[in-house]
Design a protein around this ligand. Structure first.
Ligand code: HEM
Length: 558
């Protein structure tokens, strides 16, 4: 061997392989540790072999080449613990490719294609799988002993924050289950049935204003945008005692822009958690979308804290304003700042997306729009009717069928409810597949919801009738497996805002079709459909193109 390889080359190879072993074993995420590992072996060589320091750059280059080759070869080899999971080679050697699909915003279509080709489980990164299987989702998200969220949630925040309700449940935290349960308990107080009923004092005036403002617009209007203004204002009521007023001023403050820039960044960095601290350490990082969003959240918290605890909103509970006992610990300012970030995103975009997609589906299916209107008219026509009667709306079968069917075909979180196998637990066996320690598992609701094993017939089609009580006798080969329905996720970390979101959606959709004739501005249904689907961008939240409609006030008839 020595005949062919110089001592220097042999040591470079050994150094590269050894560094790979360290990366593999400890998965460091800090840029300084990376810098150390990139330089340590070449420096040791220079010192050990008494080489000139001028040879350092070329040694570093060789070291990095060996390291890269070793990493790529290992990830593609049968030795890798995820080698048994099928998937395209282009995705196996690095998470960069799936991160690229996330930035493009078409991860939803891409995942659908991958699952059609490779089956229920696909390897989508070096340590990532997508698992479109309801049983696996149930086990991993678990009602009592599920897995925590994956390490990618580290990217949702700047390095040193203590974690929100969302991120504190990530596998990298020392005790995710306990920390999350403590955060979740405070959030849950803000979403009891009573608290939700009390929030009607915010919600009902916002619904009234939304429906008045859209009626005042001349010509076609982008209803999706108006839904966004509405949900953002309502989120502001829930967390910051109001203050955005988008239904009056539209987005003059540029709040949506902050979220629209933040979403693609965070959705792709999820797959590259090591990159976040690097980006945040670069000059000019102050203007990075993550920092802009974090600053925005902090400013909102400053404003709310300055107002004091005059109102029992969600913030009141998550900030521990309800804790009167001086001896009981209150959440730190860092925890509040982190939690509020989850609230801003969770409380605004998701519900707006679901409502926009419901209207889109109704417009493509005028017979079903007519049926929904008949149900709403029949319920609310007459003296003394209360269009704000949420209890009554919750009982309307067709209204609920339309919303649930939209959440099925177009779930606002399309391709990633994520869980991670913690280091040190020896891996897990899920639905017949072994997943080693540190694997990140994405459960893609849109793929699962459109799987004929769970919903038949025509799982890709929007058919509210499948939710009606007589569906079993109306459809041939009827399958409705609710284990495969997870728009709000399941288990201890499922969506805490679910009941509130359903209340919002029922009120808005019912009152919209009651008060207005709604028509698509684009008269060709095929073109209308094409434009809307092309505009949907899956960045974990669902960004949308315009939903241009024409509204005509109507008088309800029996
Ligand atoms: C149609 C509307 C909504 C949908 C489809 C939705 C969906 C989801 C999903 C899929 C998760 C992830 C759960 C997991 O990882 O297992 C989640 C979590 C969460 N959502 Fe929602 N959401 C909606 C509305 C809301 C609203 C209105 C709020 C609050 C104002 C909210 C607050 C949260 C919070 C705080 C979490 C984290 C829960 C935890 O970690 O315990 N969501 N949501």
């Amino acid at each position: 061997m020595e005949k062919y390889l110089s001592q220097e080359t042999t040591l470079v190879v050994v150094g590269g392989l050894f560094t790979h072993l360290i990366f593999n074993r400890f998965e460091p995420h800090r840029p300084l540790v990376w810098a150390f590992l990139f330089l340590a072996a070449p420096l040791a060589l220079v010192r050990g072999l008494h080489l000139p320091y001028g040879s350092l750059p070329s040694l570093v280059l060789k070291h990095l080449s060996i390291l890269t080759l070793s990493v790529v070869a290992y990830r593609l080899s049968p030795l890798h613990p995820l080698a048994h999971v099928p998937g395209p080679i282009s995705l196996k050697f690095s998470n960069l490719v799936i991160a690229y699909h996330s930035v493009r915003g078409k991860r939803n279509d891409y995942m659908e294609k991958l699952h059609k080709r490779y089956g229920k489980i696909v390897r989508i990164g070096c340590d990532q799988v997508s698992f479109a299987d309801a049983e696996a989702a149930k086990v991993c998200m678990g009602t009592n002993k599920g897995l925590p969220r994956s390490i990618g949630y580290a990217t949702a925040e700047t390095a040193n924050t203590p974690g929100s309700i969302m991120t504190s449940y990530a596998a990298f935290y020392p005790n995710p289950t306990q920390v999350h349960a403590e955060r979740r308990a405070r959030w849950a107080l803000g979403f009891t049935s009573k608290a939700i009923r009390d929030f009607d004092k915010f919600l009902l005036p916002r619904v009234e204003r939304l429906l008045r403002k859209v009626g005042e617009q001349k010509g076609a209007l982008d209803l999706g945008k108006w839904f966004g203004y509405f949900t953002f204002d309502f989120m502001g009521d829930l967390f910051f005692d109001g203050g955005f007023n988008m239904l009056e001023d539209q987005d003059k403050g540029g709040f949506w822009k902050i979220i629209e820039e933040f979403a693609p960044a965070i959705a792709s960095l999820y797959y590259l958690p090591w990159l976040t601290p690097v980006i945040l350490a670069l000059p000019g990082a102050d203007d990075a979308p993550i920092n802009k969003f974090v600053r925005f959240a902090i400013k909102c918290v400053d404003g709310r804290l300055a107002k004091g605890n005059t109102v029992k909103d969600v913030f009141y509970y998550i900030a521990g304003e309800h804790i009167e006992d001086e001896d009981k610990p209150k959440p730190s300012r860092e925890v509040i700042d982190s939690d509020v970030q989850t609230g801003i995103i969770g409380g605004s975009d998701t519900t707006a997306s679901a409502m926009a997609n419901t209207v889109f589906c109704l417009l493509l299916n005028p017979d079903k729009l007519k049926k929904l209107r008949q149900e709403v008219d029949a319920t609310f026509l007459g003296e003394g009717v209360d269009l704000n009667d949420s209890a009554k709306l919750a009982e309307l079968p067709y209204l609920n069928a339309c919303i649930n069917e939209t959440l099925r075909v177009f779930p606002p979180v399309q391709t990633r409810i994520s869980r991670g196998v913690p280091r040190g637990n020896g891996g897990v066996h899920v639905a017949g597949v072994y997943l080693p320690e540190t694997t990140s598992i994405d459960f893609p609701p849109r793929v699962i919801h459109r799987d004929p094993d769970y919903f038949s017939p025509s799982p890709d089609s929007w058919l509210p009738e499948r939710w009606l009580p007589d569906a079993e006798s109306t459809f041939d080969q009827y399958i409705m497996n609710m284990d495969g329905f997870m728009p709000f996720s399941v288990g201890p970390a499922n969506c805490v805002g679910r009941n509130l979101a359903m209340r919002e959606m029922r009120l808005v959709i019912a009152q919209l079709v009651y008060k207005y004739d709604v028509e698509a501005a684009e008269k060709n249904p095929k073109e209308f459909e094409r434009q809307w689907l092309a505009g949907l961008q899956d960045h974990q939240i669902l960004l949308k193109g315009p939903l241009n409609v024409v509204l005509t006030p109507r008088v309800a008839t029996a």
